[in-house]
Design a protein around this ligand. Structure first.
Ligand SMILES: [Zn+2]
Length: 463
């Protein structure tokens, strides 16, 4: 090794260690989700940190090596868990970022490498212990005022549509050439779609996220399942290198991924009771339980995939009237948000945010409204043709009438003399009987039950 090379290497080494040693905080972002808060420190270089948990006042002191300035840039966002964020000096004269908390919380702190549009980050996840703290609004639910019944009284349950606004929080999704974040578009279209759905008697929307925060893609179908959704619609905007690519497309779960997920659910025996409801408690023989779980899953997977595909076709048909289509047929993919084999799921790519023209369109509230309306029409149209048996849509279909518009909503309220109960996880016949203050015999007779076994999703008429 020549002397010049050696000197150069030494300089490089010094330069590298120098850049590690000198760091700075460029800003702090706070995201509050219903059950946790994420703080992100944006840093010039990879952080090296030490954490102290202090009381009086309750706070986290994160000492950052190599940071000399007390300037932490702008703090954006807020959370009921966080009182304030500021920089201070530790007794050893090191710089620390202090997060003052409203009360003691559990924390998890880790660094993330650069990932455009973000650079080096230190992530602080905070979770309230015990009681959940939430400032985020719950998913909008349309209230059902009790009104005197009229001659057109038709009853049935609401069809529940889970709407998933793609990305959120520290995950902006794709970023357009003018800097538009996909998460903003998805949230806006999702909100408008939810509002339209909630205006329609017989349909009810639930949102997987109600604000700008991050939810892991795997968690999104779980939320839909908890809300007993009949359909999951995930809203996104596409991006590719080729700026010319444009148009909308709709994705469905691929057969291969569905089969894998069925296998995975079967391996998790604790999920069987969730799938089988009260039956799992009756069947003590695990071989039989597995067989039954397999049958239920196969049936529901077939149903989900057929429904997903049909809804996807309707959405494409409606979207073709308001937007260019990138793909005219539903596309199959193995995507985390579509993985639920038991919930019909589709993913709508509303357009290419990477295309100049479509970035402008996607940002336009008018165009967003058109997109939401197209999806709403498709969903309504599909369920008018193929409603779940116990739904209001089915009741109207059987009466040979279409479901009335929103102002008639009060008319469709389930009256107290015609109650139904959809069997949830953990329900047993005796529990349902107790819940409504009726006898099990009456419940059995009223529903023509030959045994006390009930299945999740089954609708019981309450005498
Ligand atoms: Zn996306």
């Amino acid at each position: 090794m020549s002397l010049i090379v050696r000197v150069f290497s030494l300089m490089l080494l010094l330069l590298c260690s120098y850049s590690w040693a000198v760091n700075s905080v460029k800003g702090v972002r706070i995201w509050h989700a219903p059950d946790n808060t994420r703080l992100v420190l944006d840093l010039a270089n990879a952080p090296s940190h030490k954490v102290k948990r202090l009381s009086n006042p309750t706070r986290l002191e994160i000492e950052l090596a190599g940071v000399s300035s007390l300037n932490i840039g702008a703090v954006t966002g807020d959370s009921p868990l966080v009182k304030s964020v500021y920089a201070s000096r530790t007794p050893s004269a090191a710089t620390a970022v202090v997060i003052e908390l409203s009360f003691p919380v559990s924390d998890s702190i880790f660094s993330l490498p650069p990932s455009p549009p973000y650079g080096h980050r230190l992530v602080v996840d905070l979770k309230a212990q015990g009681a959940a703290v939430s400032s985020a609004k719950p998913a909008p639910v349309v209230s059902q005022p009790a009104q005197p019944a009229t001659s057109s009284r038709v009853t049935g349950r609401d069809i529940i549509i889970a709407i998933d606004a793609g990305h959120g929080g520290q995950d902006p999704g794709a970023v357009g050439p003018k800097g538009t974040h996909e998460k903003i578009i998805t949230q806006s279209v999702s909100r408008q779609l939810a509002a339209m759905i909630n205006q329609q008697p017989g349909l009810k929307a639930v949102l997987t996220r109600t604000g700008d925060y991050y939810i892991h893609p795997n968690k999104r179908p779980e939320i839909a399942r908890q809300k007993q959704a009949d359909l999951l619609i995930s809203i996104h905007a596409d991006a590719v290198q080729n700026r010319k690519a444009h148009g909308a497309s709709v994705w469905v779960l691929s057969m291969r991924r569905a089969t894998t997920e069925v296998g995975r659910m079967l391996e998790q025996t604790e999920q069987h009771s969730e799938l089988l409801g009260g039956v799992a408690e009756v069947i003590k023989d695990s071989a039989n339980e597995r067989y039954l779980a397999q049958t239920v899953l196969d049936l529901s997977m077939n149903h989900s995939m057929v429904t997903g595909f049909e809804v996807a076709k309707e959405v494409l048909r409606e979207m073709s009237t308001v937007a260019h289509l990138h793909k005219k047929e539903p596309q199959a993919a193995s995507l985390a948000v579509l993985k639920a084999p038991d919930i019909p799921s589709i993913l709508v790519e509303t357009g290419f945010i990477s295309n100049y023209n479509e970035e402008r369109l996607l940002k336009d509230p008018n165009h967003q409204h058109k997109l939401a309306l197209a999806i709403f029409r498709a969903v309504k149209g599909y369920f008018e043709k193929s409603p779940p048996a116990d739904s209001l849509f089915a009741a109207h279909k059987n009466n040979g009438r279409s479901v009335p518009a929103s102002q008639n909503r009060a008319v469709t309220v389930i009256s107290s003399t015609n109650r139904t109960h959809k069997v949830k996880r953990g329900d047993s016949l005796s529990r349902v009987a107790k819940q409504y203050g009726v006898s099990m015999t009456a419940l059995r007779r009223h529903n023509n039950l030959k045994s006390d076994n009930i299945l999740i999703g089954q609708v019981l008429r309450i005498p």
